[in-house]
Structure formats: C-alpha cells, structure tokens
Design a protein around this ligand. Structure first.
Ligand code: HEM
Length: 389
C-alpha cells in the first residue's frame, strides 16, 4: 500500500485518493478494510453486480458511511427504501423529474447561469465555488420547489445546515433542519389549499393508483432533494471547471467544438465523481468476487475508483478527455436507486458550460484547489481561477 488510510477516512478525499484506489482495483477481488470493518468494491463490474442485487445487498441498513453511527427510520429517504416498496415510491415522485417538466425549466436555468456569469469579471481572480457552483443548483431547486424569493436567504442558510448535517451533525444544524421542516410544512399547507405550478404542489396533489404521498413523506422528500441535488451538482460543475483549467488542450478542443459539451459533461461526471461511494449491507451469507460476506457485513461501492477502471475506460482512464465515450460511468449509481435527478444535473451542467464557453475561451488556475474533508463527497471548497474572453 502506498498509503495506510482507512477507506472511510475523510483525509483520503481531501487529498488524492487515486493512487490508493488504483492499488485496490488491481487486486483480484473485493478488498477487506479491517479497520473500517468494510468490504471495498473498486471496479465497475463490482459496483454493477452489487447494485443489481438489492435482495442480497440492501439499502435499508444504511447508504452513507455516517449512517453506521445512527438509527435509520425506513421512510426518512427514498435512498433507504428497498424493493418492492421502492418502485412504488419512485412512481409517486417520478413526475417531479419528467423530461417535459425539466425542458420547460431550461430557459430559466439559462437565465440564472447568465446572471451568475455577469457578476464574474473577466481577467480577475475569482473563487468559482461561491461565485457560481454553490448558487446555481440552490437557486434552481428553490425555484422548482416554489420557495418565494423573499425567503431565499433563509432557505440558503437552512440548506447549508442540512447539507452540513449530512457529514457532521451538531445541535445547531439539527435545529436548523427542524426549522426547515416546519417551513416546508407551512408551504405545503398553503399549496394544498391553493396549488401553484411548482414541485411542492405536484407532490401535495399528485397520485398514483389512487394513492397520495403522506405529509411526512413529502417533507422528507423535499429534504432529500436538497441534500441529494445541491452539493453533488455543485461539485460536478467545480470538477468540470478545474478539469478544463488544468487541461488547456481539452479546453481548446471544447471551445473549438461546443457540440461536445454533453459528452464533456459525462466525462466530468466520470472524472470528478461527486459521490465517492455508497454502502450496501448483505442480507444473507454470500460469496462474491472472492469475498465471503456474513449477514450484516457492509460493502462500500467506491464509484470514484470504478470510474477510473481501465477495463472499461482504457489505459488513459486517469486522464480527462472531453471526447471520451464515458457512458459506462457509475457517478449516478446503478440499478434501482439510479439517481432520480440525473436529467436535471446533466441539464444544469450542460447549460453552465455552454454559457461559460460562449464567454470565456480561457480558464486559468489562480491558486491551489482546496478539497472537502468528507467520507462521501468528493467536494471542492475553493477553486481560484481567472476567466478570460
Ligand atoms: C452531479 C449530480 C449528482 C450526482 C453525482 C448524484 C449521485 C447520485 C447517486 C450515486 C445516487 C444513487 C444512490 C444509491 O444507489 O444508493 C443518487 C440517487 C438519488 N439522487 Fe442524485 N446525484 C446528483 C444530482 C441529483 C439531483 C440534482 C437530484 C434532485 C434534485 C438528485 C436526487 C436523487 C435522489 C432523490 C436519489 C435517490 C433515488 C433512489 O433512491 O431511488 N440527485 N444520486
């Protein structure tokens, strides 16, 4: 081992985890991290096989590494619901992400992106994270939910607290999360009486086979959207800007042919992989890829490692290439729980890069990138760059 880190040590993601991941991937089967008490899956074929078998590898006993330290309530998030209930729940919330609904949102997303870029001065150093990556998904989600603009500042503070609680719970952020739940509950009551064309109204009034979502489920789903959609999309955009700023030839290729943007976004997802990995728990004794699981053993599917698997992406899998066919990546997971917001995240990133490249032909690093200390999120905290026409 080049490093003797636990797979769930936050220091791994705040540094460069890829040499360690490469060593794990080159082993014949799954690796056992005794210190972390976890099996570790690092190849695409591992992630696909485990995700395809939710009866053996379930989500209801935890998905995030931090879930291991707390008691889960089954309906607290769609992430933790196993089949067959899971399919019914997805059907109920699916209309929220219907492609037609999202297409209607495109021009508004473009307006938001343009507004954020207007505030960035060409030729001057900017920290891209607070200037662009943070506000974009936050404003989009707030608008989708139908949060009145007068409440946006409060909404931002609550969202930050809820996102922080995903990694580290404190009395302060838990109190803020409760406040946000109370707020959602008020908005829900208003929309029930007087529906508008927003997501909360859709959740409040929509039904499948004569069944409606209960209030608790709607509130929890709104919270899940904040957590699942904000930090992930934020980091997709930051990884993309970082990749382009440190690979000028790739940036030049994209500037020369902007029709490559959707393909480049897939490569940003693969190369950046905002969610480094999620857990599953064995529901029975089983042997897979040479690993003998006891009932209750947990496995961490390291999407970030699998997405650099040379068996699927070739010998240059560590490199960022805008013209690569990255379509086999697992940045959005795989199988039953495949990301519900994937179409939305792809759309936000595509529009962001279309607009960035329309204005700025050069993106230059202006200082070291600072990464988030986390055991789940490959996050970027600071990204100083200079953008030039
Ligand atoms: C780049 C951005 C994103 C990434 C990398 C990402 C990643 C993921 C991953 C890996 C999963 C699989 C979870 C599992 O298998 O246990 C997932 C599920 C999910 N994502 Fe995303 N996500 C992103 C954006 C979004 C957005 C924008 C939303 C909504 C606004 C969203 C909502 C969800 C939901 C609700 C689930 C749970 C689906 C289920 O359990 O059936 N995500 N996401």
């Amino acid at each position: 081992m080049t490093q003797r880190l636990r797979i769930d040590d936050p220091a791994l993601l705040s540094g460069d985890p890829f040499p360690f991941y490469g060593e794990l991937r080159s082993r014949p089967g799954l690796w056992r991290d005794e210190d972390a008490d976890l099996w570790v899956a690092t190849r695409i074929e591992h992630v696909v096989a485990i995700s395809r078998d939710p009866a053996t590898f379930c989500s209801s006993r935890g998905v995030l590494p931090s879930d291991r330290q707390r008691t889960l309530t089954p309906r607290e998030s769609v992430l933790y619901i196993d089949p067959p209930e899971h399919a019914k729940y997805r059907k109920l919330v699916q209309p929220v992400f219907a492609p037609g609904r999202l297409r209607a949102l495109e021009s508004r997303v473009r307006e938001i992106v343009r507004g954020l870029l207007d505030a960035i001065e060409p030729g001057r150093e900017v920290d891209f994270v607070p200037a662009f990556s943070v506000p974009l998904p936050l404003v989009v989600i707030a608008e989708m939910l139908g949060i009145p603009s007068a409440d946006r500042e409060r909404f931002k503070a609550w969202s930050d607290a809820v996102i922080e609680a995903g990694t580290r719970q404190t009395p302060e952020n838990m109190a803020q999360a409760m406040e946000l739940l109370g707020y959602f509950s008020e908005v829900l009551a208003i929309r029930r009486a007087d529906p508008a064309d927003d997501l909360i109204s859709l959740l409040a009034t929509g039904e499948v086979d004569g069944e409606r979502l209960e209030e608790f489920d709607i509130l929890m789903f709104c919270m899940s959207l904040l957590v699942a959609g904000n930090e992930t999309t934020r980091n997709l955009v930051s990884h993309g800007v970082h990749a382009l700023s440190t690979n000028p030839a790739e940036l030049a290729a994209l500037v020369a042919d902007r029709s490559l943007v959707p393909r480049a976004v897939e490569e940003m997802l693969r190369w950046g992989t905002p969610i480094a990995g999620f857990l599953r728990t064995a529901t029975r004794e089983v042997e897979v890829f040479g690993a003998r699981f006891a009932e209750g053993d947990q496995v961490l599917m390291v999407y970030a490692a699998a997405n650099r698997d040379p068996a699927v992406f070739g010998d240059d899998a560590e490199e960022f290439r805008v013209s690569r066919d990255a379509s086999g990546h697992v940045a959005f997971g795989f199988g039953e729980h495949f990301c519900l917001g994937a179409v939305l995240a792809r759309m936000e990133a595509r529009i962001a890069f279309e607009e960035i490249l329309a204005r700025f032909g050069r993106i230059e690093p202006a200082g070291p990138i600072e990464r988030l200390s986390s055991n789940v999120m490959r996050g970027v905290v600071r990204l100083p760059v200079v953008l030039r026409a």
